[in-house]
Ligand binder design. Structure first.
Ligand code: WTA
Length: 668
């Protein structure tokens, strides 16, 4: 496999010369939750291993007798005859065990306000919210969209849905009204939980107007027809428009509700949540997860990968609940394990660039889980900033979302981890639900830049085009070879797309969409996506989705988007656009250069959200296409990354690339 195929991430050559090794510290190993023997146990009997995890780590109202049912492959059923409730497992169980006074959430608002919420508080709050939702007519199995800032109510709202067996669909607060609407429509949500706004970069940023626009668009035929209520959390106090009969204040509804509620026991395969993620086509996929298997693997991985000790550790995962990391490692994994955790509303540099480290120092955070893009940003700001804070409480550092380059890995360990902490580079996806490939702290000798080993009970392989495992020292495609408990059960409402997307490239194997390499020891190094999915600051974006947003602007005739490597964000969105001829003729009125780019960037922000805005927009006259009309993004990536343009022999018109390269010095 050439580095072209890997979507422009870290070149293989660099990774393969990385030979630093970090063996576990003996004192850490002596107290570690993970032991080397679990690998052998799990590989000898993966189903028995997972059944034991499910029994030990979760409370079942009806114990299961079945473990894995793969007869309906590729839809797995795990522990299917058991019943349980996710919120009971995350909250009530700890109160019943006498830990009601333990802090569950320490909230840091961006403006400096703080709240401490115990497990007993969470039980009362989720009970009130569950009663309030029931009062508003939400039933077991209904879908509820959640569109909130990173505030405790986001966690409460998710758990309250789980409490009544309603399926939550969290939509990241940075997504646009358009994006929210398409998700609400696709899931046929009956309610939306939102806030007046949240604090972002020092000011109050409104959320409610986007919900109003999503539910009552200009073209009424596009309005979702299923939403009956909008619950509104008051966070910023800013003015909101109000639709009588539909809108309800969260605090009014919760005050009126009882703080006692019996969690609804559901089947293990009852859907817990839908989370939309970008795929290779324009339409986001509603990945859905069910209850028993998902919770089992969330709890297991949070325990062994982070070496989490309930009642002792202070855990902080910096992800927003709008992403899968927030689902599995802010809400379900840590809470099922009785963690005490920090949640923070804002950006790392508000009001100053030491904000995160100030939070670590203040709350004595011991486990930190974040994304490489954040680490690289801190590297850019300089190590004297974290150097001003006491970070000695940290004992495990995690990384997720994109490949972490060895330099960022070693910086993270040295500057943030005081040259002492294990660093775990965790590979997984929205689809896998929870961590799949990662070193285990106290067990694994770490290699900077490698996720290394499938977790106990997980079977991964790197294969060639014909699905044959590649030998050590070679690259290929990452596949998962056996079903795992937290695997997606499908794409909401589109079974065929599920089969086509993940199971058709290599028969019987789950194809992750990532390129990977096995080193001489057989350890896995992730190399980035091999499809049309980009990874910008650890967020998944689809080239096609941004292309269709661009061409929906009247100025644009055609667009091609690529992810070009970027030193901070991993990849950056670069768009090549062909303007409509009537606009080109009128370019003087329309405004050339910056105006075109600014207009289109704003348009993409409106259609999808600010995270999808192209970093660079280049106006071109032609796009490189194969004879069958497929855009050759590989060549555009060469241009965007200032490389000599690669093999053009399959282009219909090979002179196109000369034209594009020649026009490069005048970006729009
Ligand atoms: C990428 C985020 C390399 C990968 C949990 C995957 C990674 C996509 C890593 C899933 C890692 C995630 N090393 N690449 N440790 N973790 N990825 O669904 O390309 O937002 O397919 O899930 O992120 O992104 P998603």
């Amino acid at each position: 496999m050439t580095s072209h195929d890997t979507d422009g991430s870290t070149p293989l050559e660099n990774l393969m010369t990385e030979d630093r090794r970090f063996p576990p510290d003996p004192d850490f190993a002596a107290q570690a939750n993970a032991h080397p023997e679990i690998y052998a146990w799990a590989s000898a009997d993966p189903e028995g291993f997972w059944a034991e995890q499910a029994r030990e780590r979760l409370a079942w109202t009806t114990p299961f007798t079945e473990v894995l049912d793969w007869s309906g492959a590729p839809v797995a059923r795990w522990f299917a005859d058991g019943r349980l409730n996710a919120c009971h497992n995350a909250v009530d169980r700890h109160v019943e065990a006498g830990h009601g006074d333990r802090t569950a959430l320490v909230f840091e608002g961006e403006p400096g306000d703080t709240r401490t919420i115990t497990y007993a508080d969470l039980q009362r709050e989720t009970s009130r919210a569950a009663n309030a939702l029931t009062e508003l007519g939400v039933r077991t199995g209904d879908r509820v969209a959640i569109y909130l800032p990173m505030i405790p109510e986001a966690v409460v709202a998710m758990l309250a849905c789980a409490r009544i067996g309603a399926v939550h669909s969290v939509v990241f607060g940075g997504f646009s009204a358009e994006a929210l609407r398409s998700r609400v429509v696709d899931a046929e949500a009956v309610a939306v939980i939102t806030a007046d706004g949240g604090y972002r970069r020092g000011s109050a940023s409104a959320l409610k107007p986007a919900v109003d626009e999503a539910l009552a668009p200009e073209d009424p035929s596009e309005a979702p027809t299923t939403v009956r209520h909008v619950l509104v959390v008051r966070r910023t106090g800013q003015d909101v428009a109000w639709t009588e009969g539909r809108d309800v204040w969260w605090h009014d509804a919760l005050e009126a509700a009882s703080d006692e509620h019996e969690p609804v026991a559901v089947e293990a395969e009852h859907p817990l949540f839908i989370l939309y993620t970008s795929g290779t086509t324009g339409k986001p996929k509603g990945i859905f997860h069910t209850t028993g298997g998902y919770l089992t693997q969330a709890a297991f991985t949070h325990d062994v990968v982070f070496d989490h000790k309930p009642g002792q550790d202070v855990y902080w995962c910096t992800a927003d609940v709008g992403w899968v990391t927030g689902h599995s490692y802010v809400v379900y994994g840590p809470l099922v394990n009785g963690a005490t955790q920090v949640i923070y509303e804002g950006t790392p540099d508000t009001p100053h660039k030491g904000r995160w480290w100030e939070i670590v120092q203040k709350h004595r955070v011991s486990i930190l889980y974040t994304a490489p893009t954040a680490i690289r940003t801190c590297m850019k700001w300089g190590e004297d900033i974290p150097g001003q804070y006491d970070l000695s409480s940290l004992r495990v550092l995690g990384s997720v979302g994109e490949p972490i380059n060895p330099e960022a890995w070693t910086w993270y360990r040295r500057v943030i981890g005081g040259d002492r902490t294990p660093v775990v580079d965790t590979w997984w996806q929205t689809e896998t639900g929870t961590i799949m490939i990662s070193p285990l702290p106290g067990v694994t000798t770490a290699k900077p830049g490698s996720a290394q080993t499938p977790l106990p009970g997980i079977s991964a392989e790197v294969v060639d085009e014909e699905a044959n495992p590649v030998p050590n020292g070679s690259g290929g495609y990452l596949v998962l070879t056996r079903p795992w408990p937290s695997m997606l059960r499908g794409i909401w409402g589109d079974h065929q797309r599920f089969v086509d997307t993940y199971w058709s490239r290599f028969r019987g194997l789950y194809f992750a969409g990532d390129g990977a390499k096995k080193d001489d020891d057989g350890d896995i190094w992730l190399l980035g996506r091999v499809d049309d999915v980009m990874n910008v600051s650890g967020h998944r974006l689809s080239t096609t989705e941004i292309e269709s947003a661009l061409v929906s602007h009247p100025m644009v005739a055609e667009a091609a988007v690529v992810g070009a490597s970027d030193p901070t964000t991993g990849q950056a969105v670069v768009a090549f656009v062909i303007l409509r001829s009537d606009y080109v003729d009128r370019v003087d009125e329309v405004g050339e250069g910056a105006d075109v780019a600014a207009t289109l960037r704003a348009h993409v922000a409106k259609e999808i959200g600010p995270i999808a805005k192209p970093r660079t927009i280049l106006v071109v006259n032609e796009l490189p296409k194969t004879r069958s009309g497929k855009i050759m993004r590989r060549l555009l990536r060469d241009v965007a990354e200032h490389r000599p343009v690669g093999d053009v022999t399959t282009l219909a018109d090979s002179s196109v690339m000369d034209l594009i390269s020649a026009g490069l010095d005048k970006p729009a």
